[in-house]
Write a new protein. Structure first.
Length: 311
């Protein structure tokens, strides 16, 4: 098998907020497992969906715990982007979008001299950022957007996706999918528009209608945030007939704060498919609960076989 056909993986880390104060050992074990299994998985990128910590600037110790854990990945030189969740903001979006503490620990300085890092929307602010990678003979763009991304951020994202029109795009943003296979909309619990400090917030349906569906190179969108269900997903055709996979994942309210569960997205170019699985890093096992494992076509413009459970 040529390198252009070799399977590779992307890991999605759901909300880790509760682990940072309630059970850091599980968080440390999770990132250590990712580092130790990166070669076997042919891991190319790690995407965190946000709510890295729980209490914003009110508890700096949580940032220190998260920093120690995530440095397992950064120090192994594995590409990683962190989305920001509502709990990562200094005042939890009760007043404004200030993100001083998060940028102190995980700001753009972390990405200096990393050739895959592309840039940010605002200088010195990491909450809207992107990265590019060449993987298996294909070009990828990874875009991380703030909680309830504002119109001006979406305009920037549109420019980036258009600039890299020959790259397949994966977007991570904290709140996008709801728990039941729908994009977040007005009336849903914890809608970004309901947070006083989230000025100009767009919810999931807004993001799709205003920006995401317009880009023929968009492949997937990942998010967390919602409770108490654990996963949901959907596929839609964009305006150009491209199939867009959209996935929600969050175990923060489950036993042992979610037990360090991660999603492993395995992409098989030779089969032209993507397989999304759930791995419990605390129990060291894949889990087969209904909806936890799905297979979707990889970059196929077709209305057939949009998404189906793994057998």
């Amino acid at each position: 098998m040529s390198n252009n056909e070799k399977d590779f993986s992307i890991i999605i880390i759901p909300d880790t907020q509760v682990l940072t104060w309630k059970d850091p050992a599980i968080l440390y074990n999770m990132t250590k497992w990712i580092k130790e299994n990166a070669e076997q998985l042919n891991l190319q990128m790690v995407l965190h969906v946000g709510d890295v910590v729980d209490s914003g600037a009110r508890d700096e110790e949580q940032f220190k715990v998260a920093e120690k854990a995530l440095n397992e990945i950064y120090d192994a030189d594995i590409p990683m982007l962190l989305a920001v969740g509502n709990h990562d903001y200094d005042n939890l979006l009760s007043e404004d979008r200030s993100l001083t503490m998060f940028n102190q620990y995980f700001g753009p300085h972390i990405y200096e001299n990393r050739p895959w890092f592309g840039g940010t929307f605002e200088e010195g602010q990491i909450e809207n950022s992107y990265a590019t990678l060449d993987i298996a003979g294909r070009k990828f763009l990874f875009l991380s957007l703030e909680f309830g991304a504002r119109d001006e951020v979406l305009a920037w994202a549109d420019e980036i996706m258009t600039k890299y029109h020959d790259h397949s795009v994966m977007i991570t943003t904290h709140c996008y999918m709801y728990m039941y296979g729908e994009r977040t909309k007005v009336g849903d619990n914890h809608n970004p528009k309901d947070y006083p400090g989230a000025t100009g917030a767009n919810d999931g349906e807004d993001l799709w209608q205003k920006s995401f569906k317009k880009h023929p190179n968009l492949l997937a969108v990942f998010s967390g945030h919602q409770i108490t269900e654990n996963v949901s997903y959907r596929t839609d055709l964009g305006d150009h007939g491209n199939l867009v996979f959209q996935s929600f994942q969050n175990w923060q309210t489950a036993e042992n704060c979610g037990e360090g569960r991660i999603r492993i997205l395995n992409i098989s170019p030779s089969k032209n498919e993507m397989t999304l699985s759930v791995f419990n890093t605390h129990r060291q096992e894949y889990e087969n609960t209904d909806g936890f494992q799905v297979v979707v076509p990889f970059n196929i413009k077709s209305e057939a076989n949009l998404v189906y459970p793994m057998k």
